[in-house]
Write a protein that binds this ligand. Structure first.
Ligand code: ARG
Length: 614
């Protein structure tokens, strides 16, 4: 292990490699020993900086008491430069203590690495496709869509930071039978003025009214169907209308993306894959995976997986035993994946098979990550299983569906505005900014109007984004403005505020002690509070790597919150500007600067601004 600053890996990975080597050398005949050596940061002071509990795990295989195993590993010499000691504690823990100078150097290296943030380039140029946001044409983006957008963009940032080639793909819903319904409605009762003013709500209205009519009026329904057929057959007029709807919707989406600072590498809507759909179904049939059933072509996913078949059979039986024929039928239908409808049309499933094929062929990705709400879990389960079995996706390609929970109001009820209905994304962001403006005004009464407004926008947007990522994606969010914008507690503004306060402290330091150059100082790590803070900084690359491994931006949010809390504990106890000793003062100022750098960088990966003032 070295403590130079090339940082090909994280400190905990290096320590793990060192221990692994020692385990293997101490017990050359035990294959399990060769994979031992996992380390985690020690939870409590007095137990070193990192801890390994693998001696306990190996006790059975080696038929030795854990302490004896740990002692043998600990006593193997020599100790690398970065380590002060390895001790055996309790039932057989290995506690690793770093030399203060090594810890300080490592913390500084992580903070100073402007380009990579100390993050190992484990992606190594491999490709990840991240499919996120993916709203539907002629529908407004609402509070649910923002979760996909924000989580997906953060994941894309993190993969990029790890050295992956990222293809951020906005898979917009721009195809389907709804377009016949909209075209028919448009022809009969579009309000051209409303359409020019604010097209998406008007398109939404047209769709709803036309759809309602189709339900009661068979002739209307047939007319809608014919419009869809004409569109699919390339009728110039219908295609022009359809393209207009897409253009208008995308313009509205882009306004939101601009405001959120979201970018994509490509936007291939569902329509892009249309020419491939017939071929997909042919291949599924030829492979024996799909068959005709009542005029439709379906894949019975159970045919591909005996365990699934068994599970499904039991569920159907259980429902039958209760005399509940309805749930029995539902259970039975659950694994039927329609790829061509009775009327010959293709659907969301077919499109996603084609999408999968295209992405694999074109990018050869190591991973495909798709972010949607949790109602689509069954869809992606089926899609992934069939794609693998059909060989569309080879075993080396990892497929991940990042499913997120719904957002409800504070009481757990479906979110709605005073006027009723889901709040539109734009209204939500406007409200966030206006509430943040109140905070800015209070903290900074003298700030010129325009500057205050710009700052409030960054704080408000950051707050909404953070609240979408602070928790494990799958959790349901109870949205409360007070929590979202709180300056205390686990919120975006709390982290932004922590960062801004450090920046202002550093400005004061520079002004008060003009001769002192904290940049040249090593971060101070003599006090346990400083040490905890430095250790946290050093763990930043691990947090980033964990986000990618688990596809959970919440891991980074949690890390940053912990960093801000460690900082606050440090700052409350240990004076910086008021510290009498110049060398300690410089070392503490340097430590603060490292915290600020990591906070800014981490927030940046989450897509959240870190202004210098609040
Ligand atoms: N448009 C879909 C929706 O709003 C999400 C699409 C996700 N991506 C995919 N490849 N299916 O629910």
């Amino acid at each position: 292990m070295n403590d130079n600053t090339t940082m090909q890996s994280t400190l905990s990975a290096e320590l793990a490699a060192l221990l692994r080597e020692r385990f293997a050398a101490a017990f050359p005949d035990c294959p399990e020993a060769a994979s031992a050596g996992r380390v985690v940061p020690s939870a409590r002071p007095g137990f070193g900086d990192y801890q390994c509990s693998d001696a306990m795990q190996l006790s059975r295989a080696l038929r030795l008491p854990p302490r004896a195993i740990a002692e043998k590993v600990a006593s193997a010499l020599p100790l690398p430069d970065a380590l002060e000691k390895i001790e055996v504690a309790g039932p057989g823990y290995l506690n690793l203590t770093l030399r203060p100078a090594a810890l300080a150097a490592r913390a500084a290296a992580v903070a100073d690495d402007e380009e990579r943030g100390g993050v190992p380039q484990s992606g190594d140029g491999r490709t990840v496709v991240v499919d996120y946001s993916s709203p539907n044409v002629a529908k407004s983006m609402h509070i649910g869509h923002i979760r996909s957008t924000v989580i997906g963009a953060a994941l894309a940032n993190v993969f990029r930071a790890l050295g992956y080639r990222v293809i951020a793909d906005n898979h917009i819903g721009d195809w389907g039978t709804q377009f016949g319904i909209i075209i028919k409605g448009y022809r009969e009762f579009a309000d051209m003025e409303a359409l020019a003013r604010d097209p998406v709500p008007e398109l939404e209205r047209i769709y709803k009214e036309s759809n309602a009519r189709a339900r009661e009026d068979a002739a209307w329904m047939e007319a809608c169907r014919l419009e869809t057929v004409k569109l699919q057959q390339g009728d110039p007029e219908n295609r022009a209308l359809w393209q207009d709807f897409i253009r208008m919707s995308r313009h509205t989406f882009d306004e939101i993306y601009d405001r959120l600072g979201i970018v994509f590498d490509t936007t291939r809507g569902e329509s892009w894959y249309q020419p491939q759909l017939a071929g997909v179904v042919d291949r599924l049939v030829a492979a024996g995976f799909a068959h005709e059933s009542r005029g439709a072509v379906v894949v019975d996913v159970r045919d591909l997986d005996p365990a699934l078949a068994e599970q499904s059979r039991k569920a159907v039986e259980a429902a039958r035993a209760k005399g509940d024929e309805e749930s029995a039928a539902r259970e039975d239908g659950k694994w039927i994946c329609i790829v061509r409808k009775e009327d010959g049309g293709y659907n969301y499933n077919t499109t996603d098979f084609a999408t999968m094929e295209t992405r694999v062929r074109e990018y050869g990705p190591a991973k495909i990550v798709i972010v949607t709400d949790d109602r689509q879990i069954p869809h992606f389960q089926q899609l992934f299983l069939v794609s693998r079995r059909l060989g569309i996706v080879n075993p080396e390609t990892e497929l991940v569906h990042v499913a997120f929970g719904t957002i409800t109001d504070e009481n757990g009820h479906p979110f709605s505005t005073r006027k009723g209905g889901m709040p539109k994304l734009k209204e939500l962001l406007d409200e966030a900014a206006s509430r943040a403006l109140a905070i800015v005004r209070e903290k900074n009464p003298d700030l010129p109007q325009a500057e205050a407004a710009a700052l409030a926008e960054r704080i408000g947007i950051g707050a909404v984004k953070y609240s979408d990522m602070a928790m494990d994606p799958i959790t349901t969010i109870r949205f409360s403005w007070d929590a979202v914008l709180a300056l205390q507690g686990n919120s975006g503004p709390y982290l932004q505020y922590a960062h801004a306060r450090i920046r202002s402290l550093l400005a004061k330091y520079a002004a008060t002690f003009p001769g002192e150059a904290a940049v040249d100082a090593a971060p101070s790590v003599s006090d346990p509070l400083e040490r905890a803070l430095a250790r946290r900084i050093v763990a930043y690359p691990d947090a980033v790597a964990a986000v990618a491994a688990k596809c959970k931006p919440s891991i980074l949010a949690e890390y940053l919150y912990g960093l801000a809390q460690d900082y606050s504990a440090f700052y409350q106890k240990l004076p910086v500007l008021k510290c009498e000793d110049a060398a300690t003062r410089a070392g503490r100022a340097r430590l603060c600067a490292c915290v600020a750098a990591v906070l800014r960088r981490g927030l940046g990966l989450l897509g959240i601004a870190a202004p210098d003032r609040m």
